[in-house]
Design a protein around this ligand. Structure first.
Ligand code: FES
Length: 197
């Protein structure tokens, strides 16, 4: 009976040791997994960073390639416009028909027509035509210009500029804002600065 009890105790002790061993083994594996997991996390971080840099670089390169396929084009408005027939203008009148859209006055005299650029030669404001006073007046600093465009008061240092005026094939007036005639350079007598009509 005593021998049987001793055997039972040995088996219980053995089972307890096994449980302890198994518990240690589980804890050891858990620690190893935790270490392994941490290592992989760091690798993931570096990997993700690398891929992000690569993706950003690829994106920029792609955008540059697309951009180069569409070269930058500057759309400049045409410098010329048609302004109707000479008979559309009354003699002695300063027409403001194209002032808003084209910044141009068209003036008809007994002898013909000329086009003035509506830009003050002081600092570039747009003067007004004052019919009652028969003059152009700049609202910014008070420069005044005769109907011819010649300056006579205020800080403007020179007359208004005239623009090329010719006849188009269909007989209409053709104004070219790309060609200017300066009084101070004696250019108002050039063909194009005045259209006989
Ligand atoms: S801008 Fe016209 S007077 Fe100064």
């Amino acid at each position: 009976m005593a021998k049987g009890e001793a055997q039972a105790e040995d088996q219980a002790a053995l089972a307890a040791r096994r449980r302890v061993e198994q518990q240690r083994e589980r804890e050891k594996r858990a620690r190893e997994r935790a270490q392994l997991g941490g290592l992989w996390s760091r690798r993931d971080v570096f990997g993700r960073f690398g891929w992000s840099v690569f993706a950003a670089f690829s994106g920029v390169s792609l955008l540059a390639a697309i951009r180069s396929a569409f070269p930058r084009v500057l759309f400049t408005p045409p410098s010329t416009f048609k302004a109707g027939l000479p008979t559309d203008y009354a003699i002695g009148e300063v027409s403001e028909k194209f002032k808003k859209d084209q910044r141009v006055w068209i003036i008809r005299t007994e002898a013909g027509l000329y086009a003035l650029f509506a830009k003050c030669t002081h600092l570039g404001c747009t003067p007004r035509w004052l019919t009652a006073e028969n003059k152009f007046k700049c609202p910014c600093h008070g420069s005044g210009f005769y109907k011819t465009g010649v300056n006579f008061e205020g800080p403007a240092p020179r007359p208004l500029e005239r623009l090329r005026i010719t006849r188009a094939e269909d007989g209409q007036l053709l104004i070219d804002k790309g060609v200017k005639y300066l009084y101070e350079k004696g250019e108002w007598t050039k063909p194009g600065a005045f259209l006989k009509a």
